[in-house]
Design a protein around this ligand. Structure first.
Ligand code: C2E
Ligand code: CA
Ligand code: CA
Length: 566
């Protein structure tokens, strides 16, 4: 019976240990820390004392982990845990407070080391949530320290300073010296809040304020701190993890040739599967760009697209070229040629199946840098599309110098195509430009039959937009590809308009739209001539008031182009 009880007690201890302690460092985990924090606040309320919380995050831990390996990372975390614990124990005020609370409630001896060792320690004296001055590991490289019975706020800051100091000594692992710094945020009861969540959040915000001002420091929460900064950093951290945990996915939007009604290509668009949500790129690409994460993300996207095509091929599906969006920030920061070459080579993929989309503004920005890059990509055999075309006002002479294959008409022009003669003029100019340069032209964001007809009438056959399909998961794309041939509404209806071919078209606002050139003509008949002074419709005026300069410039650009080249 005695053995039975001993065994059961041991099992109970083990369970408690696993539930409350972090197995890597032996420190209390997030859950236990929250319990401790909650009880500390309760006690402080009755005794009228203060409580402080320190939120500690190692600087550039991810980098260390990536370059030196997880084993070194783990070792570092254990070592940091030890030092943090030491700091709290050695602090006089803190130590005295611990003593006052009695030996059984004193700071728990650290059980730094392997999980088994900490299990043994846990079975000796199972700490209660009433514990004081706890060091905990919330996860990753995030630690917290709880300071109870604080007589004055300066005590908390003193502990924080002490932590920064102990971190200054290098960490030594297998003969290598490693220098690590930390960012620490502080918050205190009752000054900053009275519940666990509020205080933790404020300490977290303060910690991010430290990161933002150059890391390696301590700040106390103040209401002037930018919560947006903290959110941005949170997002960045989460995005780091997303890449590791393979939460990023690519969806595929078809590009359709409206003459055949068939899918002739696809654009890979990124999504982030975050919890049960599908986060669109608008919410994370900027953060990825600003943090440099865009580099591994782009490299992943290129690889993933190649791998997806191989998967499709292995399943016996026909392949169409797929494009990947390349951010300007990637080009500024990193090599693009190598990952593209490596992916093509690694997956033994025909380079003609891979297309890269770069925005017009990025290409325009630094011609001397982009020109050799584009040339090198072309040498690999991949195609280049100029994305969001029309927003950068490239001149014809400029475009002539670029080794590109496709212009993608920016969605903003397509959106207003039916209601704005200005936009119709810009679209016409882009199509004309693509023809004279013998480039393919794809219209983006086609949502209505009316837009489709207009675009077709102006000489554009390749379209992409919700009219056909939004981006779909990779698994669903082959079925769509197969079905596309029989989607009659994806095909332009030639019927009545065949008679109009070549005739002067009337625009909806009654302006002559110049010569018509049908899509089936291979030779360019001549660029359409929009009215020199296009009148604005009501919706037009709205759009103009949104972006007066952009619209004006685009229109001047279109007119200039047509004037010069017709
Ligand atoms: P983008 O390259 O111009 O991509 C086209 C965007 O228009 C996509 O939004 C697409 O879902 C949306 N779209 C397509 N058809 C229609 C339509 O008919 N109507 C409307 N209103 N929208 C349509 P998404 O997927 O949210 O992507 C937004 C932007 O995020 C992209 O603009 C691109 O700049 C960026 N992005 C997406 N994926 C990646 C990626 O893998 N890498 C990088 N660097 N950027 C990406
Ligand atoms: Ca694009
Ligand atoms: Ca675009």
């Amino acid at each position: 019976m005695i053995q039975d009880i001993t065994e059961r007690k041991h099992a109970e201890d083990q369970i408690r240990q696993l539930a409350n302690y972090d197995s890597l460092t032996g420190l209390p985990n997030r859950r236990f820390f929250r319990d401790q924090f909650g009880s500390a606040l309760e006690r402080a309320r009755t005794s009228g004392t203060a409580v402080g919380v320190l939120f500690i995050d190692l600087d550039r831990f991810k980098q260390i982990n990536d370059t030196l390996g997880h084993q070194v990372g783990d070792q570092l975390l254990r070592e940091v845990a030890k030092r943090l614990y030491q700091c709290v124990r050695d602090n006089d005020t803190v130590a005295r407070a611990a003593e006052r609370a009695g030996p059984s409630q004193g700071v728990r001896p650290p059980s730094i080391g392997s999980a088994t060792r900490s299990l043994a320690a846990g079975s000796q004296s199972a700490p209660t949530p009433a514990n004081l001055n706890s060091v905990a590991r919330l996860g990753g490289d995030e630690f917290t320290i709880l300071l109870t019975d604080v007589s004055e706020p300066s005590v908390i800051e003193a502990v924080a300073q002490r932590i920064l100091e102990t971190m200054r000594k290098p960490f030594t692992f297998s003969g290598h010296e490693l220098f690590v710094t930390a960012s620490i945020g502080l918050a205190g009861y009752p000054a900053d809040g009275s519940d666990v969540d509020t205080l933790l959040r404020k300490a977290d915000i303060a910690m991010y304020a430290v990161k933002d001002s150059g890391r390696n420091g301590v700040l106390r929460f103040s209401s002037a701190m930018n919560t947006a900064t903290a959110e941005r950093w949170r997002l960045e951290t989460a995005l780091h993890r997303a890449l590791e945990r393979q939460e990023l996915v690519l969806y595929y939007q078809p590009k359709v040739n409206v003459v055949s009604g068939q899918i002739v290509g696809a654009e890979a668009l990124m999504r982030w599967k975050r919890g049960g949500e599908l986060v669109p790129p608008a919410e994370f690409i900027t953060v990825a760009e600003e943090s440099g994460l865009i580099v591994p993300i782009t490299e992943w996207a290129v690889r993933e697209v190649c791998e997806q095509m191989v998967r499709w091929a292995d399943q016996g599906h026909p392949l169409v070229p797929v494009s990947v969006n390349i951010s300007g920030r990637h080009i500024q920061r990193a090599n693009l040629i190598e990952p593209v070459q490596a992916a093509l080579h690694g997956f033994k993929l025909d380079p003609r199946l891979l297309e890269l989309e770069l925005t017009e503004t990025v290409l325009m920005h630094n011609l001397s840098a982009t020109l050799p890059l584009l040339q090198a990509l072309k040498d690999l055999g991949v195609s280049i599309s100029v994305d969001d075309f029309g927003t950068g006002y490239s001149s014809l002479s400029y475009l002539k110098r670029l080794p590109i294959d496709t212009l993608k008409i920016d969605r903003s022009f397509v959106r207003e195509l039916e209601t704005s003669s200005d936009n119709a003029a810009i679209v016409a100019a882009i199509i004309a430009m693509s023809k004279s340069l013998k480039l393919k032209v794809v219209a983006e964001g086609v949502e209505t039959q009316g837009q489709m007809t207009r675009l077709f009438d102006q000489g554009c056959q390749l379209m992409q937009g919700f009219l056909f399909s939004p981006a779909v998961p990779g698994d669903d794309f082959p079925a769509m590809l197969k079905a596309s041939a029989s989607q009659s509404h994806w095909r332009i209806d030639f019927g009545p308009r065949a008679h109009n071919k070549g005739a002067v078209q009337e625009t909806s606002d009654g302006h002559a739209n110049g010569q018509h050139f049908g899509a089936l003509e291979t030779e360019m008949v001549g660029p359409p001539r929009p009215s020199a002074q296009p009148q604005s419709t009501e919706r037009d005026a709205e759009h103009v008031s949104e972006q007066p300069n952009q619209k004006d410039r685009a229109l001047r650009w279109a007119n200039r182009f047509i004037g010069r080249d017709s």
